[in-house]
Ligand binder design. Structure first.
Ligand SMILES: Cc1ncc(COP(=O)(O)O)c(C=O)c1O
Length: 366
């Protein structure tokens, strides 16, 4: 007789998270060697060279546990951001920090407000804590902060503002955020997920640190080393908030959530402004090239403030995405983001972008 050990009840409601398909998987499946992945918004230039050098020098130290306080890394971040070290937390990717935030603040009677078509990890960890998920509608591919504020009830515990938003690539502006924050009571934690903030060029993008400097106690700012610094595989994210906001996270934190190599590489990457500039230049040029090609091919797209673009492939989108995969080009379908017919394309390097466009052209005119 087999005994079924039931998982905790929150798991019943969690839709499985589908990560982008891997290069290995496609190589194995279609017997093609030359596969490019434009599906997970990684840095096409590779890791920051300064981080790589630091990693090479540190690799022989992995017999030691990492510093559980993450002191050197937090100190470098604090200096760069102009905040006291006590206001900085680091985690096993931003994903790790989102999980810790949910563990620290949510219980069965909490509600969490997110937007439709936003980063799905918020949904998973909210539901895992057996809290209720409240979804506000999107407005023109952009978070509608008024709708999010209108969804507040006496049970609301947290609100996730993904800015820029993944997968739409759009931003909410400073005036909109100012107004929004005025309407949110102090006992609700507002989490600004700024995984892509380095790519933003809009002058009216809010400086979230300013709200924290101004003494707002109910804000948590989260960012990552996975994108512009090219360290996705190491898993490193950081957060900034008041001491009181961070205290519950520190209380439940896994003791060594950030590994020794990630701490060392992150500290070095912060200093690599040349790599950051190179990444942003490449991304800007790639974005303009792709916009121009989408127009030529008659494909609708949403203007992006990030390193990815949401495109409208229409009712045939899944077939198109599959044919691209068979040609060795992986992009991300967006049906799981409640955007059927759309796909998200990470901006690659010049050759990758050209290969993607040539393959798309062939698939569309087959
Ligand atoms: C909006 C957003 N937040 C968080 C993350 C997770 O970042 P990390 O790799 O640091 O876990 C991602 C990754 O794609 C993202 O798009």
């Amino acid at each position: 007789m087999t005994v079924e050990i039931k998982p905790q009840s929150g798991l019943k409601l969690i839709p499985p998270y589908k990560p982008g398909r891997s290069i290995d998987e496609i190589q194995r499946l279609y017997h093609i060697q030359d596969v490019i992945k434009l599906a997970s918004n990684e840095n096409p230039l590779g890791p920051s060279p300064k981080a790589l050098l630091a990693l090479q020098n540190a690799i022989h130290k992995v017999n030691f546990y990492p510093d559980g306080q993450n002191y050197a890394l937090r100190e470098s971040l604090a200096k760069k951001l102009g905040v006291p070290i006590e206001m900085v937390i680091v985690g096993n990717g931003e994903d790790g920090l989102i999980l810790e935030t949910c563990m620290a603040y949510l219980s069965e009677d909490s509600e969490v407000i997110v937007s439709q078509s936003s980063f799905p990890v918020y949904d998973i960890y909210t539901l895992a804590m057996r809290s209720a998920l409240v979804k506000a509608p999107l407005e023109n591919f952009t978070l509608d902060l008024q709708e999010m504020a209108a969804a507040v009830t006496e049970k609301t515990k947290m609100i996730f503002v993904c800015n820029p938003n993944n997968p739409t690539g759009t931003v909410v502006t400073k005036p909109a955020v100012d107004l929004f924050l005025k309407s949110i009571p102090d006992h609700i934690l507002v989490i600004f997920d700024e995984a892509y903030f380095e790519y933003v060029e809009e002058s009216d993008f809010p400086d979230t640190l300013e709200y924290i400097h101004d003494g707002r106690e109910n804000i948590l700012l989260l960012r990552t080393f996975s994108k512009v610094y090219g360290l996705a595989g190491l898993r490193l994210g950081y957060g900034v908030g008041s001491k009181s906001v961070l205290a519950p996270l520190n209380a439940i934190k896994e003791p060594f959530s950030v590994n020794l190599l990630a701490q060392i590489a992150g500290t070095a990457a912060l200093d690599d402004s040349a790599f950051l500039e190179k990444t942003l230049d490449l991304n800007r040029n790639g974005k303009n090239y792709l916009y121009q090609e989408f127009k030529r091919l008659g494909i609708g797209f949403v203007r992006s403030s990030t390193n990815f673009i949401l495109v409208d492939l229409g009712s045939e989108s899944l077939g198109i995405i599959e044919k691209l995969t068979q040609k060795g080009v992986i992009i991300r379908p967006c049906s799981a983001y409640n955007l059927p017919g759309f796909a998200r394309i990470s901006i690659g390097d010049t050759d990758q972008n050209k290969r993607f466009i040539n393959s798309l052209d062939e698939v569309l005119h087959d």
